[in-house]
Design a protein around this ligand. Structure first.
Ligand code: NDP
Length: 461
């Protein structure tokens, strides 16, 4: 499901055999880019340099400038670069402690909680990653512990909100160092044969080198960064904002309640379906680098949670009817998004022997050739949600984000930044995925495009 910001990723052909790994390392550097190399490098470098200050500016605007971009703009105009440096919080010991305790707790849960053994899809190098599916248990333990600490007066989540700027600042620097670690690890000690260098340090750092980096045999780094740190922090921060508003005002406004409930339903859905997530592009195609890992460690906690961050200081009252309408519409979108993912995965899992909307599914048997010359087949579903458009699941994903933001009403644009960002990300992702599938399936993908002609929005795009 996740995140981050996509620029023109050199698309790496999938399905590499073990013995072709060496040549793949070279080939990665020569792969086609979706856009020209100049645009690719320019966008990578701009995202590397612009995202960190953006996180700080967004936090500052939400927490200290009433959510008003104009107010922040005025401040920056008056005080220039010095003013910007002044608002950038220095990571404090408290911030590092909060991050370290949270990270260590999540890592321990990932390693220690029991869970079913789940196999991921066969990797490009022919490996099959094995996971322990204990995400739902970790989610439950995390939220119960967090609320318990608050309830029994051991730790007040308001502290997290009060140190939010320092925490984001620490995450920005800490995660950057972590990505350097991933880059070095990819070069000197890759965990599996699903690793390779493009021959270009910036691309390797940005897009990553290893597909399945691990510490030891069991600690999967991408499960930690994407799921247990990033997605979990989304739920933890949603609860934090709610508690902060309660501590300040003695009550929680219905706008905040709708926002928090919808975000929690979304994250609960994510952990309920976490093993399915391990089959998606984030895990099965995107390598562990700045794009995915920094995105999950910093961008998710700061940007994805930002509508709630805004609401802390804006206890808007919607009234029961409107609040309920938004809540139900949001839950419906989250359900449809879940059902799209479920339908595709059930279809693949049963090899097409399932019912889709009460009927036998319509499908294309698509064959493709691996770089080692082997011919393999995949099934493409062309009915149900997947018959409406090729990436219909992005429509309810974006709509759900709109519904948990709209309780902020329309006084300021900034709470809607996430919706705009997500729309851009997913439209770009749909194109990236189409390009990748076209190069993988050739004429079969063309046939799919003829049968299902719209990319995302049926009848429009
Ligand atoms: P998908 O899970 O949709 O995976 C796309 C892959 O599915 C394709 O590469 C192809 O892989 C296979 N595929 C494509 N078409 C078909 C078909 N018709 N039938 C069967 N298989 C097909 O992609 P995402 O990872 O983008 O999305 C997963 C979830 O994550 C979605 O719910 C999405 O909304 C959410 N998401 C959320 C984001 C966020 O930031 N909030 C960001 C991105 C995603 P193969 O090579 O196996 O054929």
């Amino acid at each position: 499901m996740l995140p981050a910001f996509s620029v023109n990723q050199p698309y790496k052909e999938t399905e590499l055999s073990l013995h072709s790994q060496k040549s793949e390392r070279r080939k990665m550097g020569e792969t086609k880019t979706v856009h020209s190399p100049l645009v690719t490098y320019a966008s990578m470098l701009s995202l590397l340099s612009l995202c960190p200050p953006f996180v700080i500016l967004l936090w500052y605007t939400m927490v200290h400038a009433d959510g008003s971009i104009l107010q922040t703009w005025d401040y920056l105009r008056q005080h220039g670069l010095q003013g910007f440096i002044k608002i950038w919080p220095i990571p404090t010991a408290t911030a590092w402690k909060i991050i370290a305790c949270y990270g260590a707790f999540e890592a321990a849960l990932q390693l220690l909680l029991p869970g079913k053994r789940v196999e991921g899809p066969i990797s490009p190098a022919g490996n099959r990653p094995v996971y322990k599916a204990n995400g739902m248990a970790a989610y439950f333990v995390t939220l119960t512990t967090y609320l318990g600490l608050w309830w029994f007066g051991i730790f007040n989540p308001s502290v997290v909100y009060d140190h939010l700027g320092e925490i984001f600042s620490a995450l920005i620097f800490g995660s950057f160092i972590f990505c350097i670690f991933l880059y070095i690890k990819g070069h000197v000690a890759p965990s599996s044969t699903d690793s390779g260098s493009s021959g270009n340090a910036i691309i390797d750092f940005y897009w990553g080198m290893e597909l399945y980096p691990r510490i030891g045999k069991y600690f999967d780094i991408k499960v930690f960064t994407n799921c247990r740190f990033g997605m979990m922090s989304w739920a933890v921060l949603a609860v934090t904002y709610c508690i902060k508003q309660y501590e300040v005002n003695g009550r929680v406004a219905d706008s905040m309640l709708v926002n928090t409930i919808l975000m929690l339903v979304y994250v609960t859905k994510f952990f309920w379906w976490e093993a399915g997530y391990w089959n998606t592009m984030d895990i099965a195609h995107d390598r562990a680098g700045f794009y995915i890992c920094w995105g999950c460690l910093v961008w998710v906690p700061s940007i994805y949670t930002s509508p709630g961050m805004y609401l802390v200081n804006h206890p808007i009252n919607l009234g029961t009817q409107l609040a309920l309408f938004i809540l139900v519409a949001g839950i419906l979108c989250i359900y449809i998004n879940y059902d799209c993912d479920r339908q595709r995965q059930e279809f693949r899992r049963t090899n097409g022997k399932c019912l889709v909307w009460g009927r036998a599914p319509s499908k294309i048997v698509a064959s493709y050739t691996t770089t080692s010359g082997e011919t393999k087949t995949s099934l493409l579903l062309t009915s149900g949600w997947w018959g409406l458009s090729r990436h219909f699941h992005y429509v309810p994903e974006i709509s759900a984000a709109f519904f948990w933001t709209v309780p902020a009403l329309f006084n300021h644009f900034l709470p809607y930044f996430y919706v705009v960002f997500l729309t851009t990300l997913l439209l770009d992702r749909a194109k990236r995925d189409d390009d990748r599938c076209r190069s993988k399936y050739g004429k079969y993908w063309k046939l799919y495009c003829q049968k299902v002609s719209y990319r995302v929005i049926p009848g429009i795009y």
